[in-house]
Design a protein around this ligand. Structure first.
Ligand code: EPZ
Length: 434
């Protein structure tokens, strides 16, 4: 298994550009199952999860081709396939995003129930309830979701669950409603930038969606969607992670090609910690040299502090002397990083959905194991700050969501070296026929 060797204690300085957003790429790629005609996506990152979605779509009869390293062409060539393979779905929960498009465009979708997850209980009841409201017949058969519908029909659907809106649930229902007969009103919908990007892509294909970016989305169903060219939005979670790397190492880092307005809650957190923050049209600069203030934070649905930044922020709080706290109202079980962060000599403990943190300047290097994607990123940040040589094992988890992460950190002056069978870097997904 690949690992990262980090010589910590070095402030990061410089500029780095973020890649396209993983959590926009995945639903938009799944949405191409709805489309009759060629689709070209730009700024598609080369990530583990994107490679999984490419393989899943190929298995579902889509021909894919990467003309360049960050563009992807997709064309539905066999619409008879309607069953997603378990060997692929079990790798990634976001595979569930193919369900809505399959039912809407091919009349039937058979998708294995997503497996367990380190973030805690992650049901898909809201996805299924919404599809039933649109007229799909749903049954669970030996771990498989079997969803069928001759033609979906518009409906009023309230999507919000006990912990707020569902992002991929909104994605599934935006796709399904786009080809339904009549008007669908989604209330309590997710307003994340990635959902806005999905809706705008669907509109570029001929859908008629209004209210994107709000909790009330209206979809006027159409009979067919055509191909389109689309550039994905930048990855705001990667941007936040790189800014926090600047803060935790007491450096000055500029993240280019991002959307500062999508990072408002993160920039507010940086300022609360005493960092200097400067923004331009498509960049953010963090000055972490004097970031010394502890604080209390809560992760919440957009536009709140993203839960996908919560573990990385916890690492920063562990490196700031004083008492801090961070609550996660979206995934109250998202604490896979806590035990590993304590191996750096930090003092974190969990109280319900909150991590209580006694921060210290003196983080010490340690061998650690990445338990999942964002917890892994959190451990890399702690390793950058800790004195000595840290080894982060199972870094393939981090490869799922960060493109060329080690290279980007090294370009900012970090001493980061990858060891293992993919030591050169995360290799591009195998070229698929097309
Ligand atoms: C998306 O996951 C993201 N993944 C996650 O990012 C992110 O953490 C999450 O949204 C929250 O922002 C992708 O976009 C591919 P949810 P998703 O459905 O859609 C509950 C990363 O690191 N819920 O918005 O699976 C659920 O339990 C990943 O990039 C129901 O109760 O999350 C949770 O508490 C990790 N019933 C809350 O809603 C449902 O049917 C939000 O979950 C669905 C969800």
């Amino acid at each position: 298994m690949d690992r990262l060797l980090i010589e910590g204690g070095r402030p990061l300085f410089g500029r780095v550009a973020v890649s396209g957003a993983k959590n926009a790429a995945l639903p938009i790629m799944a949405a191409t199952l709805l489309v009759d005609g060629p689709v070209r996506l730009e700024r598609v990152p080369q990530l583990g999860d994107v490679a999984t979605m490419e393989a899943l779509l190929a298995q579902l009869g889509v021909t894919l081709h990467r003309p360049t390293d960050d563009s992807l062409e997709l064309l539905n060539t066999d619409t008879s396939r309607r069953r997603a393979a378990y060997r692929l779905v079990r790798r990634m929960r976001a595979s569930v995003c193919v369900l809505g498009p399959l039912v809407a465009r091919r009349g039937r979708g058979v998708v294995p129930l997503p497996g367990g997850c380190r973030l805690g209980d992650r049901p898909i009841d809201l996805h299924l309830r919404g599809l039933v409201a649109l007229g799909a017949e749903i049954r669970i058969d030996r771990g498989l979701i079997v969803a069928t519908a001759r033609r979906l029909r518009g409906a009023r659907i309230h999507l919000e669950g006990p912990r707020g809106p569902t992002v991929t649930g909104t994605a599934n229902l935006l796709c399904a409603a786009s080809l339904a007969r009549g008007v669908t009103l989604l209330s309590g919908a997710a307003s994340e930038p990635e959902i806005v990007d999905l809706g705008r892509f669907l509109n570029a294909c001929g859908a008629r969606i209004a209210g994107l970016g709000t909790r009330e989305i209206e979809i006027q169903g159409v009979s067919q969607l055509g191909g389109a060219c689309w550039q994905l939005i930048p990855d705001r979670i990667e941007a936040a992670t790189l800014l926090l790397a600047g803060l935790i190492t007491r450096g000055v880092v500029t993240v280019d090609r991002c959307v500062p307005s999508d990072l408002a809650a993160v920039l507010e957190a940086l300022a609360t910690l005493g960092a200097g923050v400067r923004t331009g049209p498509d960049f953010v600069t963090v000055d972490g040299r004097f970031a010394q203030r502890p604080g209390s934070f809560a992760a919440a649905p957009h536009p709140g502090l993203p839960t996908d930044v919560q573990p990385q922020l916890a690492a920063c709080l562990a490196a700031i002397p004083g008492r801090s706290a961070i609550q996660d109202t979206v995934f109250p079980e998202r604490f896979g990083h806590v035990a590993e962060l304590n191996r750096f000599g930090a003092q974190l403990c969990r109280r319900g959905d909150t991590t209580l943190i006694e921060g210290t300047h003196a983080l010490e290097a340690a061998p650690v194991v990445a338990p999942d994607l964002r917890a892994g990123a959190s451990l890399v940040l702690a390793g950058l700050a800790a004195r000595g040589a840290t080894v982060v094992h199972k870094v393939l988890h981090v490869d799922r969501g960060y493109e060329r992460f080690a290279e980007k950190l090294a370009a900012l002056g970090a001493s980061v070296e990858r060891r293992g069978q993919m030591a050169t870097a995360w290799s591009p997904s195998p070229r698929l026929p097309g």
